[in-house]
Design a protein around this ligand. Sequence first.
Ligand code: COA
Length: 308
Amino acid sequence: MTNADLEKIVDTSDEWIASRTGIRERRVANGMVTSDMAVIAATSALEMADTDRDEIEMLILATVTPDYRLPSAACVVQEKMELNNAGAFDVVAACTGFINALSIASSFIENGNIKKALVIGVEKLSTFTNYKDRNTCVLFGDGAGAVVVSAEEGDRGIINSFIKSDGRYRKLLWSEVGGAANPYSESFDFNGNDKIMMNGSDIFKIAVKEMSNATLKVIEDAGLTVDDIAIVVPHQANIRIIEALAKRIKISMDKVFLNIAKYGNTSAASVPLALDEANREGRIKDGDYVVMVAFGGGLIWGATLVKW
Ligand code: COA
């Protein structure tokens, strides 16, 4: 769905969207559900990592758009992929979900509980986007990304992670209807409050500050400096947030990966999509220090430092 497509639906323009957000297109997964996208990404990740499905002992899936309220999307993916040796569960942490899921997988591996985990970030936000609200519908898209995390000798891997949230900001990015507080009722006029609602300008300021702090924390906790980092792979929410982050932590934009123009904000899928494209484009070399950083509804934010 291009910005021109959106111009036909709401009162907006390519110029407004591109200049305020950096987004030119976003994907809409017509004819498939969240678990279908997850299976495509996860199958590809298993192939890239030369991993057999029976080796996967844990499947962690980050999403706020599962196929069903019950069971988890992870269990649906487990069935579809026949990952019969895994324990599968979802992580609900909005756009930071992939960072949370990765850090859980890493902890289980470091503790010696498991040897291999499959971590998926996936969203079908189009089911949840209010295409009558120009403040939000221009931002979001669908997508999926996945990684295999394995136990390995040596100093490569996930070095540390940081996760923080502040529930006092929960009404900056939220959806009011559909949970236990306000269950769906067919006679009720939802007026869009069953979709994504947002206070964009407040989120913007908090995102820049907290993503910067989280990035610096994982770097400093590892005894490194920003100069040691080969690439930052940030959550792709708004190019201006990413540029402000780079300025604040004093890293050149050449070292910050961007693909927001093609996908918009895909929530939990955003970081793994960007990581995969950075890798395929040869932007990450063996031994590089990579920081992934995200923020999202909660509000929640976090970062992970990896030695590739
Ligand atoms: N097209 C045209 N005009 C739009 C618009 C659109 N798609 N969306 C909003 N506007 C209008 C608003 O109605 C408002 O008009 P008003 O001033 O008459 O009330 C005006 O544009 C706001 O403009 P501005 O203040 O320049 O917007 P901004 O610079 O704050 O950018 C966001 C708006 C939403 C792009 C920005 O705040 C943002 O990205 N915030 C973070 C949101 C986010 O990342 N959420 C997900 C978190 S994971």
